[in-house]
Design a binder for this molecule. Sequence first.
Ligand code: PAJ
Length: 287
Amino acid sequence: MCRPRPQPVVLEQIETIAALRSRLTHGGAVGLVPTMGALHAGHVALIDAARRDSDLVVASIFVNPLQFNNADDLARYPQTLDADLSVCRDRGVDLVFTPSAAEMYPQPPECTVDVGRMADNLCGKYRPGHFRGVATIVLKLFQIVQPRFAYFGQKDAQQLAIIKRLTTDFNLPIGIVEVPTVREPDGLALSSRNRHLNAEERKIAVSLYVALTHAATMIREGARSAELIRRAAVDLVPQTAGLRLEYLEIVDPNTMQPLMEVDGPVCIAGAMWVGATRLIDNVLAVP
Ligand code: PAJ
């Protein structure tokens, strides 16, 4: 689908739900790109996809406290609003929604989205409550913006699978568009957290992607036992000080449940600590 882009595009920054709602009363297709800011080329790929499909592109920038299970991680999360606004302006975003925490949560929520077993493993196991926070803020944004399409990156595979399921389970009339992971030339997935890495850490950070792609190659070449593939990939991660693999799993890409045998498309997902920075990545593999 390709619609002519309305001209001229002037970026509007909106901070309140009421102002955003009154601005969204026209009839065209709205595309929503939810983010936590510190925008990079991965976010830009989402914005560009939204620009192609929608009459009006809304990007949200909100560092959602409800999805941080660790206060230090929240305090450390990069905030680069001025740079983010120029990225949005350059890419033709129409509206940037930048609410405060008090605007989104005037009182601590009593009702949140209970995600169930899709949040039990991978990141959910190590970040209790994280996906409840993600699903809750995304549902709130969907209710506020009522987009026709919403854009999410494959980089966060478990988040993407949960959001797809959220829209199905709650009958939300929103098309979830998934965008492939944007990577550095050496394969490292772009992430707002990469800016915490020093030069030494940046060099070794790619080893997660190397391990994941090794597993994908084994699958393409005929390996079928998830445990054997998993162990071979884990063994590839260097035993370097400052590097700690948190998990590496082979799961069903829709349900995020661990698999014993590879007999269809799989998601190979991992999380790794590089110094004080936690990075996640995943690749899809088809036997
Ligand atoms: P954030 O980490 O800012 O990511 C916003 C969106 O950008 C997500 O859909 C994420 O998957 C996508 N993204 C990040 N890095 C990417 C990359 N290298 N390539 C492609 N897409 C990438 O994810 C969140 O924020 C939050 O949990 C949010 C959904 C906004 C809810 O608070």
